[in-house]
Design a protein around this ligand. Structure first.
Ligand code: HAX
Length: 441
């Protein structure tokens, strides 16, 4: 593992020194104001975290270390004869802040191949759950079962020096990323393919091997997995899965505990579970109207019905973005290239036509445009992966890349326990009446 670890160590020491100087000189500078609405309404737009791996712009979408998704598609190394980026390359970029060479990417593929062994007790733990258990629950339970392997918690118990935290978090994170595809594929084959498991192929890249273990050896599905694993990896630090992993990690919970916590957040329908909800919603729409290719008018009526029933239109809206998500666009491009005539994919595009004006007309929705989850399921269904309850697990495997790269940075930069201040409404009222001085201006 030397090469990537040494590179990270050198880089993080420079950044840690820069931050020290920066805080010494500017530590008391104010960075915006906090409003009452923000503390009651999900802290939108309140800057309160540092995440090095990526940055989200409301108008433009995500940039990973300064690079947009189309730029990554152009600049990151690809599989032989492939045209989508290898997520190993994105991980290198997020971790050390530099575009990788082909050799850098091969090195990471090799490291993850070498470290991918999953102990038997993890499979036994999954087997102890009813097959009907939601795949995300099985996934989180499996990650928790893997926690027996944490080097960080063993070293901590043995009295590790705080200077070495990052090193053990690095090792755990690499092991965990290496093992997740095997765990996720096991859950998929267990639940949907009669428990007929497929052994890993040690010659394939991380995503290609994941596709193979799930039972999809079509080269264009492997390409989809490479794109999918790249675009879902990170979305700066405030989203629920990233923030939770970071928060739990700040208590020095090891990477397994921290990542499992983040995955519990990803399993919520307003976050990662939206990718299953989108396909479920389209299937229900198709069933209701009795056609595989609903017209724009039929879609519009169904959207209005969804809203009247007090439900959200899954795959639309975002807490930060105010434009079509570039991750949606990247998947749309993939669809146009590989399956332009697919009825479900066309339906996703027709929904894209129909939904934004309706959401906009309500006047309260800040972003009527599609997010990443509006498109992903339809591409998977095209290749026969119809089991939509599994989709959030795919998202989770990818998300590990970003949140664990960030967790390594958190420990290398010696970020402390995260503990913001909370208040009661009673205190807010007293403050508004000018009666409380503890929380004044
Ligand atoms: N359908 C119906 N109503 C919506 C909506 C949608 N797609 N998006 C927002 N709204 C509603 C909100 O529920 C809120 O209603 P109330 O005032 O009645 O509570 C109002 O519009 C204002 O919300 P907002 O400020 O525009 O959006 P938020 O920042 O509060 O929420 C969400 C952002 C993503 C949670 C929201 O847009 C939503 O629920 N979308 C549908 C679920 C979804 O696709 N989630 C995935 C998001 C991306 C992601 O994390 N992927 O993993």
């Amino acid at each position: 593992m030397g090469i990537i670890k040494d590179k990270f160590k050198a880089k993080s020491e420079i950044v840690a020194a820069e931050i020290k100087d920066l805080l010494k000189e500017h530590g008391n500078k104010k960075i915006g104001e906090v409003t009452l609405s923000q503390i009651y309404q999900g802290m939108r737009g309140m800057t309160g975290l540092v995440t090095e791996t990526s940055l989200l712009d409301a108008q433009e979408g995500i940039r990973f270390r300064g690079y947009t998704i189309p730029e990554l598609q152009q600049k990151l190394p690809k599989a032989p004869k492939g045209s989508e980026p290898l997520p190993e390359g994105l991980f290198h970029l997020m971790l050390v802040g530099e575009l990788p060479s082909e050799e850098d990417v091969q090195h990471i593929t090799n490291v993850w191949q070498r470290r991918s062994h999953v102990p038997n007790h993890v499979f036994d733990t999954i087997e102890a759950l009813p097959v009907s258990t939601h795949p995300m629950t099985q996934f989180v339970v499996a990650i928790m079962a893997l926690q027996t392997e944490s080097q960080f918690s063993k070293n901590y118990a043995a009295g590790m020096n705080k200077k070495d935290y990052w090193d053990a978090v690095f090792d755990d994170s690499m092991d965990l990323i290496a093992r997740l595809p095997r765990v996720a594929a096991y859950i998929y084959r267990r639940k949907y393919k009669n428990g007929e498991h497929i052994q890993p192929n040690g010659l394939l890249d991380w995503s290609g091997n994941f596709a193979h273990m799930m039972g999809y050896d079509d080269e264009s599905f492997k390409e989809l997995m490479r794109l999918y694993m790249t675009i879902h990896a990170d979305h700066e630090g405030g989203n629920v899965s990233a923030h939770t992993t970071h928060l739990v990690g700040s208590a020095l919970s090891d990477p397994y505990l921290s990542f499992a916590a983040g995955m519990n957040g990803l399993a919520g329908p307003l976050h990662g579970l939206a990718n299953q909800e989108v396909i479920k919603w389209i299937y229900e729409l198709r069933e209701e109207i009795g056609s595989d290719l609903p017209s724009k008018t039929q879609i519009e009526e169904y959207v209005k019905k969804t809203l009247t029933e007090g439900k959200v239109v899954p795959g639309y809206g975002h807490a930060v973005l105010r434009k079509t998500d570039p991750r949606f666009t990247a998947q749309m491009e993939f669809g146009k290239k590989h399956m332009p005539d697919d009825a479900l994919v066309q339906t996703v595009w027709n929904i894209y036509d129909a939904v934004p004006p309706i959401l906009q007309s309500l006047g309260k929705i800040k972003n009527p445009w599609p997010n990443v989850d509006a498109h992903s399921g339809a591409l998977l269904v095209h290749y026969g992966m119809v089991e939509y309850e599994f989709y959030t697990v795919l998202f989770g495997v990818s998300r590990a890349l970003g949140v664990l790269a960030s967790l390594i940075w958190d420990r290398a930069l010696a970020f402390p326990l995260e503990r913001p201040k909370s208040v009661t409404t009673d205190l807010v009222k007293k403050w508004l009446d000018g009666k409380d001085e503890i929380w004044g201006d």
